[in-house]
Design a binder for this molecule. Structure first.
Ligand code: DQA
Length: 140
């Protein structure tokens, strides 16, 4: 089973960025632990601060992978184009947010991705990525 994790803008700064909201661990530091929990899965990871690169990565994995875990960061709330990319592909997408976006500013309550996603996990910290992989694995 092949799964791609895609992180959007500013998520390369996890560990340094607003640790009271996003925690103190960087994603690349967390990734080996995450992969070790699923030794039978092929998990790859892509991060970009650039909208078009995120779309390219969604399209690239979107017809051959078994699942995509997408944290599009702030583009979640602004990008019609990323929402369209998720609608266009056949691979199921789980939208993940580290923070509980619904407990934050109103502009974070709307997602252009959620209507096209299999589901949304928000507010569980980095554990959300693990839960998303588990859910994709179980629904296979
Ligand atoms: C985020 C929530 C977004 O609102 C924010 O812009 C991010 C991170 C999260 O993981 O909690 O960059 O997607």
């Amino acid at each position: 089973m092949k799964i791609r994790i895609i992180n959007g803008p500013n998520l390369n700064l996890l560990g340094k960025r607003e640790p009271e909201i996003y925690g103190s661990q960087g994603f690349e530091e967390y990734l080996p632990t995450l992969k070790a929990n699923f030794p039978n899965l092929e998990i790859d990871y892509f991060q970009s601060n650039i909208e078009g690169e995120i779309i390219n990565s969604i399209q690239e994995a979107g017809f051959t992978y078994d699942g995509i875990i997408l944290n599009a960061g702030a583009y979640t709330h602004t990008s019609v184009a990323i929402g369209d990319a998720v609608a266009a592909i056949s691979t199921p997408v789980i939208e993940v947010h580290i923070s509980n976006v619904f407990a934050r500013e109103p502009f974070r309550h709307h997602s252009f991705i959620a209507p096209h996603a299999k589901g949304v996990l928000a507010g569980f910290g980095l554990k959300g990525y693990q839960l998303a992989i588990q859910l994709l694995h179980e629904s296979k």
